[in-house]
Write a protein that binds this ligand. Sequence first.
Ligand code: ZN
Ligand code: ZN
Length: 159
Amino acid sequence: MKHQEGGCLCGECRYLVTAPPLRVTTCHCRFCQRSTGSAYMVEPIFTHNSFNLTAGQPKIWEHLSAGSGKHVWLHFCPDCGGRLYLGFERFDQVIGVFTGSFDDPDWFEIAPENSKQIFLSTARHGTIIPPHIETYAEHVTDRAGNPQPVTVFDAARRI
Ligand SMILES: [Zn+2]
Ligand SMILES: [Zn+2]
């Protein structure tokens, strides 16, 4: 595939990815709401190998997740504050990119085959969940790694 680039608001921090996302998670948890400043985060997941910083030095804010007891590292531009990506102690092989930071946020597909919606328990009132996609009240697995119940709606669902 053609390399895809992205960056912060001011352009000081830039990155490129060299492979499609492994999967795309749409997350409605309070951390994602606060870190995006919006209703939810659309988060394509990439291996470290396929993600390269090409300019700038993001500042890192460390968050201890109350749910997992593990750290999440928020990477953002020290100048403009634009969010770039998340690193995870719990999933240390991958990172999650803030979709809106791509130069072309439409370059990858979000389809039932490659995506999930998680933390519907804290989704903002009025959020529309698409049909035919796996949804979870919280994480896909619990803290011990046990699979959690999955719900697939037949029609769009208003939370
Ligand atoms: Zn910036
Ligand atoms: Zn989240």
